[in-house]
Ligand binder design. Structure first.
Ligand code: GLN
Length: 489
């Protein structure tokens, strides 16, 4: 039998349910795995080993007879450091929040706890979720568990590395322009960015509020469906959370044994892209062939405004970030400069010392595009382009049930390779961020390998149609042989 930590979340959970493994044993196994792997990958920031073990022990002792409303009973998970967890340092990997211990749990953390999950700690990330490599953390760099000289992707790179290295059975990340799907792809695991509004952002440290969504990273599609089931739904504390009822994702996933009746659309602009790695193109081909062999139809579709997605996203996201990050002023939380001469000096120095280079770049860019003389030329224009991009998706999804596309143009790259060139890093987001501009859901699934590194493909669907993505992703990963894979670390 595979090591306990290598099981899927559902397999591990069922062992605990049947009483064959205790919550304490499962938690101890993950903590041991963390001890073994953490020196090599550095996926975690704050940890709560003792508390987690104690919680697991207490759960074993006071186990309810009926676990039907505890779908994650005894399952160890981690969460990205962008989500508040009461009493544990939460910094969004930024110095500006050094020493900040939130007095409340994010809604999604509360939901994990209510479902019986054991939270092991917080995952490293790019500062305030700005980045695609997890090299922009104020605290440390996370390595890709498939090759520790390479980046795990970002900004939820710590989450993806933890899951791929079997430190936990699931992690929550956030996706503003690809930060769940891209690290999932680079680390060979599963990640879903739900429809905008599907999951409450109460307790999520905001980056760009009209884009941010929370979602799970796991090793199987079924596990992602279960975790999304737990965290999805309306929350009166987040007015952008949707009242649309949450369907039974698990039931939808098992309704059919093939993909007959489904049409997959391949966006022409994505596949014609110059920078597409041959191994990534091959993984997409394999996924397309697998879909066909399962009875699906495949058509070509067009997203004609794709070339404007990067410009539109980086203007709008920076604008929103500059406004969201204004709250970190040295007064209310986290870092404050030591010897300011006056009030203005206190604001300026606290923010200069507290924010890293990438975050400062975004604040500058965002303030610029929102300023009186440039608002119409940049911000308004980018918002108009956003509407066109959303319309592209809606049109394409009239001719198919979901789109199938690459996630990242290339597999995981060497650390340091793009750290001096932000623009080159922004270009790496070409296939992920237009979906956030459109507010639609996207599931990244592992689809194969390119020169020894994992490659993912994404399925992108209609608003609130996560069920369909899960159903297709589950069958595709089983056919491609990528169901429940982990890094050989
Ligand atoms: N790489 C993108 C950015 O830096 C996306 C990040 C994200 O999704 N949080 O903005």
């Amino acid at each position: 039998m595979a090591a306990l930590t290598e099981l899927s979340l559902l397999e591990a959970r069922d062992l605990v349910r049947k009483g064959e493994v205790s919550a304490e044993e499962l938690t101890a196994a993950c903590l041991k795995r963390i001890e073994e792997t953490e020196p090599k990958i550095g996926a975690l920031l704050a940890r709560r080993d003792e508390e987690a073990l104690e919680e697991a022990r207490a759960m074993d002792k006071n186990r309810p007879a009926d676990l039907s409303d505890k779908p994650l009973w005894g399952v160890p998970v981690t969460v990205k450091d962008v989500l508040t967890l009461k009493g544990l340092p939460t910094t969004a990997a930024s110095k500006i929040l050094e020493g900040f211990c939130p007095p409340y749990d994010a809604m999604v953390v509360e939901k994990l706890k209510n479902a019986g999950a054991v939270i092991l700690g917080k995952n490293n990330m790019d500062e305030f979720a700005m980045g695609s490599t997890t090299e922009h953390s104020a605290w440390k760099v996370t390595a890709n568990p498939w090759d520790v000289t390479r980046v795990p992707g970002g900004s939820s790179g710590g989450s993806a590395a933890s899951v791929a290295a079997c430190q936990c059975f699931a992690s929550l990340g956030s996706d503003t322009g690809g930060s769940i799907r891209q690290p999932a792809s680079l680390c060979g695991c599963v990640g879903i960015k739900p429809t905008y509004g599907r999951v409450s952002r109460y307790g999520l440290l905001a980056y760009a509020s009209s884009f941010d969504q929370v979602g799970p990273l796991t090793r199987t599609v079924e596990d992602a469906a279960l975790v999304l089931q737990v965290i999805a739904g309306h929350d009166r504390r987040d007015s952008t959370s949707s009242p649309v009822p949450v369907p039974d994702y698990g039931a939808a996933l098992h309704k059919k044994s093939d993909l007959s009746g489904l049409t997959f659309g391949l966006p022409r602009e994505f596949f014609g892209h110059d920078g597409l790695d041959a191994g990534v193109a091959k993984a997409c081909d394999d996924a397309v062939n697998a879909a066909r062999s399962l009875g699906a139809k495949v058509v070509e579709v067009s997203l004609p405004h794709t070339e404007y997605a990067i410009a539109s996203y980086y203007i709008l996201a920076a604008a929103e970030a500059s406004s969201n990050l204004a709250r970190y002023d040295g007064v209310r939380y986290g870092h404050r400069t030591a010897n300011p001469k006056n009030l203005e000096d206190m604001y300026t120095l606290s923010r200069t010392e507290g924010f890293g280079a990438e975050v400062q770049r975004r604040i500058l860019l965002g303030s610029y595009v929102l300023s009186a003389g440039y608002y119409d030329a940049y911000y308004r224009k980018a918002a108009q382009v956003r509407r066109l991009i959303r319309q592209d998706y809606l049109n394409a999804l009239e001719n198919c049930d979901m789109l199938l596309a690459p996630v990242s143009p290339v597999p995981a790259w060497q650390m340091g390779h793009m750290s001096d060139d932000p623009l080159q890093m922004y270009f790496m987001d070409i296939f992920t961020l237009s979906l956030n501009l459109a507010g639609l859901p996207g599931l990244s699934i592992p689809a194969g390998m390119s020169s020894g590194l994992p490659v993912g493909v994404q399925l992108m669907g209609r608003a609130f149609d996560e069920s369909q993505l899960f159903a297709a992703g589950d069958k595709l990963t089983r056919t491609l042989g990528t169901h429940n894979q982990h890094a050989p670390l």
